[in-house]
Every structure is written in C-alpha cells, then in structure tokens.
Write a protein that binds this ligand. Structure first.
Ligand SMILES: [Zn+2]
Ligand SMILES: [Zn+2]
Length: 322
C-alpha cells in the first residue's frame, strides 16, 4: 500500500504543477504534495552544499545540518563561494529556507555557570547565526543549556536568554529555535514551562521559536505512545508556550522508556514511542509546512531514506490531493 500511495501523491501534485518534470526542483515540489516536509539531519562532508544533495537523494523535503566541526570552538570563516553554492543548490533543488534548520554545536552551553564556557558559547552562537545569514537561512536550532548542577534553573535561563539577546543584536533576522530536552542531567528545557521562561526573556520574540524533539519529549514524560498522546502534547505545548512558536520537529523514536530522561534516539517505530504516534504526527494539520526532521540511528535496510518513505506512506492526505 505504501509505495503505491506515495507514487499517486507524486503524480497528482506533478500534474498540478504543469508539464515540466525534468529538473530536480520539480522532484522536490512533487514531494511536497501533502504539505508535510519530512527529512533528516544530513552531513556536510566534502562541502556544505553537499547537504542539499544528500537530502534530495534520500527523498527528503526538509533537512538539518551542522554548520561546522563539532570539536572546535573556533572555525575558519565560511567560504563565500561555498555559501553561494549552497544557496544555488537549495533553489535548484526546490527547497525553501524555512525547511532547513541548522543544528547548533554540541560544544555550546549558553547557560553555563563557568564564565569562560559562557563567553565561548555566546561567541559561537554569534558565529553560527552569521553563518545562517550567509547561507540565506532563517532558522537556527539550539540546545538551551545546562546548569551543570552549579546554579539554579532561573539563573541558567537568564544566561541563555542573555546570550540569545546579545547574539540577536550582532546578527539580524535569524530566528533562534530552542529545542526541548530529555531532562537528562542538569539540562534546561525538558519541561515546556522552562522553554517558555527563556522565550519570555528574549527581547525580540519574533526571533525565537521551539523545535520539539519527540524522543526528548517522551523521555521527559510526555506520553506520546498512548492514543491521543500527540494531540495531548500539542495541547500542553500550546497552553504553556504557544503553538505559534513551533518552528520544527525532530522525529525520533526513543530507546528509553517514558520519563526515563535519557536522550537515546531509536529508529521510527522501533522504540518505546511506537509507530502510531508518528502516524498521528504526519497526519496532524497543525504540523503542515513545518520541517519534520529525523535524527535516528538507522540500521541496514532502514536508513533515513526508508524511514522517510515509511513516514510519507503513513500520510493519509496522500490520496486527497487534486
Ligand atoms: Zn538537538
Ligand atoms: Zn537527542
């Protein structure tokens, strides 16, 4: 059933777009028939523009990428020619900047109680936002930070918001998208209320949003595995934060059990969350047009391409396009 359905969706949206089916841009647009932008976190080895190609090859419609090495605080400046090539590929292959969500460096802790780490994190945040600007991108996804057990959550929230406000002064336009955490260790942002308290302290609230990671939410105690779990989570998110702040979703199943606080991603349908929640997500109209990005480990025969295909096959709107 799945491949046939997806094929039908492609053909129908292709007809609506006209006769030209030659370019890869057309292939991208066809994949967008049901308004769901499913993709994955792709690598940048060999050049940042290669990320675009990787996503297209796996049949994705949105993607995440790192903006540089995950090991160094200081990186060589982004090459202008590479940035131009990235933008060229993006437009050639039919992606909109709103469906590309760069992921912040894991080195950063913008809530760090250690002054040197805080300073380096703030500087890296400015650098990464500048890179987004150079790449023509509007969204930037960040893990809020950690108290390291040395300061209160409130103090940590103040530091995170301070770093974001500082970076926003240095770099215009890019929206900082805070990711919900799994409540592992001393991380901040596991509870939606913590994300809201950061947002409340960001001066330009048109420049802040949230990326909801399903594995993190489940590990933090939001029960997506029960019937109606996705709707319940979105309701709670809407009440505590506001759905208009939702800019992206990370689609990950969870190796760990509900409320385990462990950040352990699993392939779609192979973990404790289960396939039903993902079916609900890809059929949730409030998630139309929002990038839905996989960060799953993958296994032989069930890598990103197959998981993207599976998720698209679960979209019931597939058959409803005229
Ligand atoms: Zn993340
Ligand atoms: Zn994670």
């Amino acid at each position: 059933m799945a491949p046939g359905k997806r094929g039908a969706r492609k053909r129908k949206s292709g007809e609506a777009l006209g006769e030209d089916t030659e370019g890869s841009g057309d292939r991208r647009r066809k994949d967008r028939g049901n308004k769901k932008y499913i993709g994955a976190h792709v690598g940048i080895q060999g050049g940042i523009w290669k990320a675009v190609e990787s996503c297209t090859e796996m049949g994705g419609s949105s993607f995440a990428l790192f903006l540089g090495s995950q090991r160094s605080w200081k990186r060589p400046p982004l090459d202008q020619a590479a940035a131009a090539r990235f933008q060229e590929q993006l437009s050639l292959q039919g992606y909109e900047p709103a469906h590309v969500v760069p992921h912040g460096s894991y080195l950063m802790n913008c809530g760090s109680p250690k002054e040197d780490v805080f300073e380096k994190s703030q500087a890296l945040l400015v650098d990464e936002l500048s890179r987004c600007s150079l790449l023509g991108l509007h969204l930037y996804n960040l893990h809020p930070g950690s108290t390291l057990g040395a300061i209160t959550t409130e103090e940590c929230v103040d530091k995170i918001a301070g770093a974001i406000n500082y970076a926003h002064q240095q770099v215009p336009a890019v929206v900082t998208v805070l990711e919900n955490m799994s409540c592992q260790g001393n991380t901040v942002g596991g509870q939606f209320s913590e994300l809201k308290s950061i947002i409340d302290k960001v001066r330009d609230q048109t420049r802040v949003g949230v990326c909801l990671d399903t594995c993190h939410a489940f590990a933090a105690g939001y029960n997506l595995s029960v019937e109606g779990g996705v709707k319940a989570m979105l309701r709670e998110f809407d009440q505590e934060v506001g759905l208009h702040y939702l800019k992206a979703v990370h689609l990950n199943d969870s190796k760990g059990k509900l409320g385990c606080c462990l950040d352990r991603h699993e392939d779609i349908g192979k973990g404790q969350i289960g396939i039903a929640a993902f079916r609900d997500i890809v059929n949730e109209p409030r998630l139309d047009s929002i990038p839905l990005i996989l960060e799953t480990p993958g296994r032989p025969g069930f890598e990103y391409a197959e998981q993207i295909e599976l998720l698209y096959s679960l979209c019931e709107e597939n058959t409803l396009i005229d």
